[in-house]
Design a protein around this ligand. Sequence first.
Ligand SMILES: [Zn+2]
Length: 375
Amino acid sequence: MSDTLKIAQALIRRPSVTPDDQACQDLIAEQLLPHGFTPESMNYGEVRNLWLRRGTQGPLFVFAGHTDVVPTGPEEQWAYPPFSGDVIDGMLHGRGAADMKGSLAAMVTACQRFVQAHPNHPGSIALLLTSDEEGPAVDGTVRVIDALSARNEMIDWCVVGEPTSSERLGDTVKNGRRGSLGGTLTVRGIQGHVAYPHLADNPIHRLSRIVSELCATHWDDGNEYFPATTFQVSNIEGGTGATNVVPGDAQAKFNLRFCPDSSASSLEERIESACKRHADSFQIDWSPLGLPYQTLPGSLLSAVEDSLKEITGHPPRLSTDGGTSDGRFIAPTGAQVVELGPLNRTIHQVDEVVNADDLDTLSDVYEKVLDRILK
Ligand SMILES: [Zn+2]
């Protein structure tokens, strides 16, 4: 069994359901301390973060990732126990195998081999680990980035280990992510008897007109790297339960995944004006905003593309789809950010699994990226 696989297995056997790190970060630190990395804990609340850096000079290359995993769901539905880390027929099983303990293990062994071969490499290498990516993501990467920025420790290049591949390892990398804007819209009307509608003002009717308009809105066209902005309603609520009562208010929870061509403030304005067209009294409680990010072609993207071509024989497809990632907190500092990890088909599902050989290949690709970038 390869070192990468052994480390991935040991990480999976620690049931680090978000935000509980279960000493996964200690395990990674133990692997890298003998190779000249210096650990620094940056814990906030119940979230554990670890900054592991080798070198004091710039430029700074960072591998970023998370040690927390999503809950298992019903364990009896798993073919193998979710924290067993069993390797069966070449597949490593368990919660976090693909998202993203396999990537963490690949980063560790890539760093080990690289610094053994290049003990006096230029610049610095660091790992940024958090146990709060799958949870609220409030005390995780964003806090570490704030602390690093406050002391002027700037990241030049960052590879995030999120599982980006779809059919074959490295077929897709992410050079950006859409933004996420959401909120709860409450429309207020006047409660009354359904038989006396002239005395009532039905907020469900008003809300449905607003929802219809927003669903039919063309927000933007997208661009070369980003699909067009989309709007979805996830929850709708209204009514007293009685069939003869017009309720006093109605609510909808909604979310937009947006392309950087639309700013969050412009989208907020457009939503508010649609509400005004159909309701006299309403309130929108906006959820915390996830900003989009985009990494343009440059030294990091080239290093990732060339390394994938060399190791897997294929150039990757660039993509910005999927959910948000911690890349959104790192990119605003000016860092080039690219996400590259294993197949994402089983992430957050029962029977999460990753191809064991893919992790060794991923480790080789990560090492090549270091080779190319820290010349
Ligand atoms: Zn993840």
